[in-house]
Ligand binder design. Sequence first.
Ligand code: PLP
Length: 433
Amino acid sequence: YTPLAELDPEVKNIIDKETWRQFTGLELIASENLTSMAAMEANGSILTNKYSEGLPNARYYGGNEYIDELEILCRKRALAAFNLDPAKWGVNVQPYSGSTANFAALTALIQPQDRLMGLGLPDGGHLTHGYYTAKKKMTASSIYFQSLPYGLTPESNLIDYDGVAAQAKIFKPRLIICGASAYPRDWDYAALKKTAEKEGAWLMADIAHTSGLVAAQTLKSPFEYCDVVTTTTHKTLRGPRAGLIFFRKDLENAKDLEKRVNDAVFPACQGGPHNNTIAAIATSLLQVAQPSFREYAKQVIRNAQTLADALVGHGYKLQTGGTDNHLVLWDLRPIGLTGSKVEKVCDLMGITINKNAVSGDASAQVPGGIRLGTSAITSRNMLEEDVKVVADFLHRSVQLSLLLQKEAGTKMLKDFVRVATTQEEGKTGFAKV
Ligand code: PLP
């Protein structure tokens, strides 16, 4: 055994720098979290050596007795984490990521070129929910299926459930997808179920962002209403990077749905499962089942609401005015800044955020807002008082961006951003500005 530092100091050095960045910075990206060391230990284990195409007790390779045990354990913990009755729900734990989980779910539920509806990307939906632009169908979910986005009610920026029903009546989708990447409010699954039932469509929820909060019962559960539920495992669920697909087992033709989902994952969309990742998912789900995780999820929401209140207190505009979950969508357009500029300025402050489209943006390519999340800082045990300080840092970063823009025109801010983008290791970029 040769340690990484000896065998490959170049990669070790990059890992060390990234470790330093994660530990010294404020991580406010809503889709990220800090996975436990135990889960990372499982993820970095010898299980990465093993091929196990197929399902437990039905593999295409020998030597899978322990891998079978692991996958069965992971499935059991996944159902337990979401309080699901194994007689009514099953789960496939093999998806490599949220995107492959979603594409496999679409492959299982509908035929190529069938119609689907999902929340539009500029309104907070995800690429994998059928996104395309006037110029290009750039996602598999729009290339291989006909998709129509639904949106938000203009005044409130809440999902336009009546609009979904009206669109579905004309479009006749075979599948309606709920769930989002940037929507700060809870969902009315019952309303969407009503529409799906009326039009004879499947209802699928992608709870990638909120699954930890759903598991902790701090948000509504989609399981009561949906036929299939997908999630990533690395956001609020705080596990390794991967995906899960839950499917109903209590429908007519339930066996058919189970087979369709399992066949869609392998062999339709993937090859051999990543067993090291499945072990890390299992370990993370064990943690999700602890009472302390429920406390964590509640604190994530309290922290997001504190952040929202503090920013509103500073006079800023938030989409929907606040949040029910872990994220805050900050509309920068009223103060004349773009999301990308603030993202770069925050990078220089050691605050990691991401630019994000806000409702009404002319183009998703020039987002008018930023998205903030409290999952990672809550994993670092931050409480409301700490979050108020974070809000103050954000306020000061935005004021600095404004000052640069006002004092020297946008050129200076552009220079600042350019310096931030091209800064060399060890230099902060501040000196040049
Ligand atoms: N679904 C939603 C709602 C997401 O927000 C994301 C990622 O951010 C995904 C799916 C895709 O997950 P992954 O990046 O693991 O493929």
